[in-house]
Design a binder for this molecule. Structure first.
Ligand code: NAI
Ligand code: MG
Length: 356
């Protein structure tokens, strides 16, 4: 694998513009220490500032501009004071996810030492799993409609679509991920008791794909009790795979149990690498704190580490995660964790530890 990677850096809006420089700072340090090379193309579009000047979120040739990149590092998009959220989101991020067929949405969930846990009595190590969400089909479709609107006979239908192609590829990814982790355990989110056509079929696909992974243990859990266990017994989980809707909910609930949203990273992957994959913090542009240099950069920096892992730079990924562990344990801390450090000083502390 080449150790020269081309990436597009898109800060977007609000605190995206404050945390992105800290991710780039850490990546600089990682390059120097581990000897790979990043060709970074900074991109100012996919932002509400661009929209103010051009009346759209991105240039018409956005796809051609990004197509040749190995990955996209993304901050956050949204500035509701000037552009409605559905316009900014559908005009940028959702186009990337769909047109680049980023069918895996990956969210690691981990409780770190030094971070207060909203669940009583949990310590670092008790929560450590990954949610794998199907990102292109399932419950989120535009198939359906309203009949007899505004009358007593009003009817609404919205279809769920699951394909063998779409289900198998996300299940296979989840099994492979589980196989690569020490516990080798996969939880399949289902609701085959209530959603009696598509979900038994989904469970069947999980069995069929699982035939190739005898070393992975599997349990299927209905989404309602599974959600309860994220709170009550988080230690049961290693890799969790879910349809688009269930995964959407689980991938917010999981990180919420581990402290501040300022820590949670995510990856939107096209594992075949036909298109660039996208790495971004879970949080948004946080207009309420923008401009004060107090946003926590850890989610952004961890997302950059996930990007390096995907690009084959495993050692650099591990070094960044270790730096995050150390800084969360020893400080400095940003205000969301009760400290007084700035975004910049936390970023510098992380980069320094990565530099070794
Ligand atoms: P948000 O995630 O931006 O903020 C929620 C709360 O968490 C705020 O109080 C904020 O100050 C805090 N917060 C978020 N990130 C933080 C960090 N790194 N450090 C410290 N505190 C942090 O969600 P909100 O307020 O619902 O949305 C604001 C804008 O962001 C909207 O335009 C929304 O559409 C957009 N958004 C974009 C996302 C994306 O780009 N993937 C995801 C979520 C929201
Ligand atoms: Mg969500």
């Amino acid at each position: 694998m080449s150790r020269h990677h081309r990436i597009a850096a898109i800060p977007g809006d609000g605190i995206g513009k404050e945390v992105m420089p800290e991710a780039l700072r850490t990546l600089e340090a990682a390059q120097r220490r581990f000897g790979f090379r990043l060709d970074v193309t900074p991109i100012a579009w996919a932002s509400c500032d661009y929209h103010a000047q051009h009346g759209q979120m991105m240039p018409d040739d956005w796809k051609a501009q990004l197509q040749g990149q190995d990955a996209i590092l993304f901050g956050a998009v949204g500035w509701p004071a000037t552009v409605p959220d559905h316009v900014s989101l559908w005009g940028s991020l959702l186009k990337f996810r769909r047109e680049f067929d980023q069918y895996i949405n990956l969210r690691p969930v981990r409780l770190f030492e030094g971070v207060p846990c909203p669940l009583a009595g949990r310590k670092a190590g008790d929560i450590d799993y990954v949610v794998v969400r199907e990102n292109t089909e399932g419950e989120y479709t535009n198939l359906g409609g309203v009949m007899y609107p505004g009358t007593e006979r009003e009817i609404v239908i919205q279809e769920t679509v699951m394909s063998r192609f779409g289900a198998d590829r996300v299940l296979r990814y989840a099994y492979e991920l589980a196989r690569s982790r020490p516990r080798r355990h996969l939880t399949v989110a289902t609701k085959s008791n209530g959603i009696a056509i598509s979900m038994p079929w989904w469970d069947g696909r999980a069995d069929a794909v699982g035939a190739d992974f005898p070393e992975v243990t599997v349990d299927k859990q209905h989404i309602d009790i599974l959600s309860a266990r994220f709170v009550m017994q988080p230690g049961r989980f290693d890799v969790v795979v879910a349809s688009n809707l269930f995964g959407d909910i689980l991938s917010d609930l999981g990180p919420a149990t581990t402290g501040t949203i300022g820590l949670a990273p995510s990856a939107n992957l096209n594992p075949e690498r036909r298109f660039p994959s996208l790495f971004e913090p879970v949080h948004g542009s946080a207009p309420d704190i923008y401009g004060r240099n107090i946003a926590n950069p850890v989610a952004m920096v961890w997302s950059a580490a996930l990007m390096l892992d995907f690009l084959g730079e495993r050692e650099a990924h591990d070094a960044i995660v270790r730096a995050i562990e150390q800084v969360l344990r020893e400080g400095p801390h940003t205000p969301d964790l009760g400290g007084q450090a700035t975004t910049t000083s936390l970023g510098e502390a992380l980069a320094q530890r990565v530099a070794g």
